[in-house]
Design a protein around this ligand. Structure first.
Ligand code: LMR
Length: 395
């Protein structure tokens, strides 16, 4: 039965974790998978999370199933975080939350919902996008297309994007990154979101907004600008949210699929279908991550601590972006890589080419995705001089 099955290469992003571990270079630097790192290169458990877990351990009374939509309390804290405390969408009862195993799980729910309930609709992703978008949507049987996002000079190609979006067949789905675009780090500004809203409305497109990095760009509310604009001005929007990253609970797989419909009645219909999709995929989501988030957001003290820790992470990343460009100055490369300071979130599309990325790995033990995507959180003030020297050597 299995004789014909061929071995395939591992995942290009997750494979970097193993490769990095095996490397014996004492100067090695991990700029691969998108997890936050502190100055020592560790991904620590946030203090607010530790405190919440201690409370959970003490007060937990059951580990029974939490239902296909997950814990209702999780939806109750995530919806206002994503859509805003005073969201008219929430006031109108137009949004439904389904807890999912990470943002990836939410994407898979969205994909299966589209393929079963909106058959024949194509889906449009930015070029480039997170490679797993391709895998998830095609696995669900949806035809995938691309719109331009970055030009040959490694700049946001908004004009190219807008022109392409104007040609998308009416009714198709367009995937947008709410903030901290993965892999490029180039985000839309407010005026550009407004223009996208207008085209999406004109062409009756269905936006699917991937919101994996809320709080890592400019701030929790600032990063939600585009999501809220679309949800408040369109009848239907799909949002895939993640708390795995902004609460640093990656392995707890903590996400949410938010479905915004025109009316409360339609939302309930859609919601009933999402429950079926969840049931058929994994039945019930894991509970622990959502319980941590609820414990934190239900406590004014823990919520304040969490916001403070998140702001520290965001500020550290933004400082390192600027300091990286500074470190390249002595090599005359600061202009070439100036985009790194302008991008937001964990990732930078550096402009490094695959051959240069290979040399950085083989000669210097510096690991990043072959597209030239670097996890900026892997920079540190200790490794910036080494990184700058290595980048100069491959230029
Ligand atoms: C990344 O892009 O590095 C993260 O989203 C982790 C992943 O699952 O790929």
């Amino acid at each position: 039965m299995f004789e014909h099955i061929e071995r395939v290469p591992g995942d290009a992003i997750l494979g970097l974790i193993e490769a990095f571990k095996k490397d014996t270079n004492p100067h090695k630097v991990d700029l691969g998978v998108g997890v936050y790192k502190d100055a020592q290169g560790n991904t620590p458990v946030m203090r607010a999370v530790k405190e919440a877990e201690a409370l959970l351990l003490k007060n937990e009374t059951t580990k029974t199933y939490i239902g296909s939509h997950g814990a209702p309390e999780y939806g109750e804290v995530v919806l206002p975080m994503v859509l805003g405390e005073n969201s008219p969408v929430l006031a109108a009862g137009r949004a439904s939350a389904t807890q999912s195993p990470g943002g990836t799980g939410a994407l898979r729910l969205a994909a299966d919902f589209i393929s079963t309930q909106l058959p024949g609709k194509g889906i449009w992703v930015s070029n480039p996008t997170w490679p797993n978008h391709h895998g998830i949507f095609t696995a669900a049987g949806i035809e995938l297309h691309k719109y331009p996002y970055v030009d040959a000079e490694n700049r946001l190609d908004f004009d190219g994007m807008l022109a392409a979006v104007k040609q998308i067949p009416a009714g198709d789905v367009i995937v947008l990154h709410a903030c901290c675009h993965n892999p490029t780090g180039f985000d839309l500004n407010r005026e550009q979101w407004q223009q996208i809203l207008e085209v999406v409305r004109e062409r009756s497109l269905l936006p699917l907004v991937d919101f994996a990095y809320q709080g890592f760009g400019e701030g929790l509310d600032e990063d939600a600008y585009g999501v809220r604009l679309l949800a408040e001005n369109l009848d239907e929007v799909i949002i895939t949210s993640s708390c795995s990253k902004n609460f640093g609970i990656y392995c707890e797989r903590t996400g949410c699929l938010i479905m915004v419909a025109k009316t409360n009645e339609q939302m309930e219909n859609v919601r009933s279908q999402v429950a079926i999709v969840a049931r058929e995929n994994y039945s019930n989501p894991p509970a622990h991550g959502g319980a941590i988030v609820c414990e934190i957001l239900h406590s004014a003290e823990l919520a304040a601590l969490w916001r403070e820790e998140l702001a520290e992470m965001r500020d550290r990343i933004n400082t390192l972006r600027r300091d990286f460009v500074e470190a390249l100055k002595p090599y005359g490369l600061d202009q070439k890589y100036a985009c790194v300071a302008e991008q937001r979130g964990m990732f930078s599309y550096t402009g490094l080419q695959p051959g240069q990325v290979d040399r950085l790995r083989d000669e210097f033990g510096i690991y990043m995705v072959r597209s030239g995507r670097a996890n900026v959180a892997g920079f540190s003030h200790a490794n910036l001089p080494y990184l700058a020297k290595a980048i100069a050597a491959v230029n």
